[in-house]
Design a protein around this ligand. Structure first.
Ligand SMILES: Nc1ncnc2c1ncn2[C@@H]1O[C@H](COP(=O)(O)OP(=O)(O)OP(=O)(O)O)[C@@H](O)[C@H]1O
Length: 343
């Protein structure tokens, strides 16, 4: 049996699905109310492990909010508690202003993808979605609509056991959208997608947010979210390390560092240090200078006859900022390179 993978036959479907989403919007079951996810002082322990430690934040409508943190930071546990699949030891979560358990029509309020592998492998994709629709009192036509939306129409009658992880992620997203909910909670949806699939999901999540939905998406990799998220919640060992817009985070952390590229590194380090700068060696011919501005760096190097091929203000990447912020919270980390590695 040959099943198209996310890179070939499904690609045309995906493009059409994107067009249909952009062109006429997701078929509406209800109007799209602005709803938030409010997490209040949430705490969860498993034995001696403090998985979630007094987390508080609000996820707003009309944005993609990235929930980022190293492995074991407590992202999945927090999402499970949002959906009442786990009980907090302390604190609460409000979904559109109410605890999940009190929602009258949960599938029309919040859609979730927690584990793409959770679907029975013997089930056909369309039957899985039909079961979800029937269980939640939704019209049958939603099955075809969401399959089209995620580009899986051509494999609707195939058994899930033959799907790639990327196709299962798409099926999971289709399930999350079946009730046309204003709130979406997606745990690592990029996991398993090929580059074309990653492009697709970025645009897809942005479109969902542009329709006014509240989109919370987790990842342990900042690179997966940096071009997608408007807002970031960064967590480490259960604690909130940052609740910030992407722009604010970059502005705050780019700081006053200056990058220098020179073939006379040792002399440059001496002169700049004598001029009061703190200098870090970042490569065989590169330095990062802090404490004096770009003009002064140029003056010091020119005055000391030090050749340089590049001097410019350092722009931190989100990845740099994230690594710096979460380094001490990472359970399995390679040692960071330091100056001696380049000596
Ligand atoms: N059911 C459980 N029983 C015991 N410990 C658990 C359970 N679920 C999670 N934990 C522990 O709680 C901590 C947080 O785990 P969680 O899966 O929420 O993190 P995460 O940020 O989602 O990580 P990942 O990116 O690896 O999925 C970890 O130390 C994990 O081992």
């Amino acid at each position: 049996m040959s099943i198209p993978r996310a890179g070939d036959a499904a690609a045309g479907k995906i493009a059409r699905a994107r067009d249909s989403l952009a062109g006429r919007g997701l078929p509406r079951l209800t109007s799209m109310p602005n709803m938030t996810i409010e997490v209040r002082q949430l705490t969860k322990r498993y034995g001696s492990t403090l998985a979630v430690d007094e987390l508080s934040f609000v996820v707003e409508a009309g944005k993609v909010t990235g929930f980022v943190g190293p492995n074991g930071a407590g992202k999945s546990t927090t999402m499970r508690m949002m959906l009442a699949l786990d009980t907090p030891d302390e604190g609460a979560v409000l979904i559109g202003g109410r605890p999940y358990r009190t929602l009258r029509e949960p599938a029309r309020t919040v859609g979730a993808l927690l584990d793409a592998e959770a679907v029975h492998p013997g089930r056909r994709a369309c039957d899985h979605l039909l079961w979800m629709a029937q269980y939640n009192g939704l019209p049958r036509r939603r099955v075809a609509e969401v399959l089209e939306l995620v580009g899986l129409t051509s494999v609707a009658r195939k058994r899930v056991g033959g799907f790639s992880l990327g196709m299962r992620q798409r099926l999971g997203i289709a399930g999350a959208l079946i009730g046309d909910p204003p709130l979406l909670i997606l745990d690592e949806p990029v996991n398993g997608l090929d580059p074309e699939g990653i492009q697709w999901i970025r645009g897809f999540l942005r479109d969902l947010a542009a329709e006014g939905r509240t989109v919370l998406v987790s990842s342990h990799l900042m690179s997966e979210l940096q071009d997608t998220a408007d807002h970031l919640l960064i967590v480490g060992r259960g604690r909130l390390l940052a609740d910030t817009s992407v722009k604010e985070l970059l502005d705050q952390t780019s700081g006053n560092q200056v990058n220098v590229r020179t073939s006379a590194r040792t002399k440059a380090v001496d002169l700049l240090s004598n001029a009061g700068a703190t200098v870090a060696v970042t490569g065989p011919e590169s330095l990062t200078v802090e404490g004096i501005d770009v003009e002064r760096v140029v003056a010091v190097l020119t005055g000391g006859d030090v050749p340089f091929s590049e001097i410019g203000r350092h722009r931190a990447s989100l990845e740099d900022v994230y690594m710096k912020m979460t380094r001490e919270y990472t359970t399995f980390a390679a040692p960071a390179p330091d100056a001696e590695d380049w000596a």
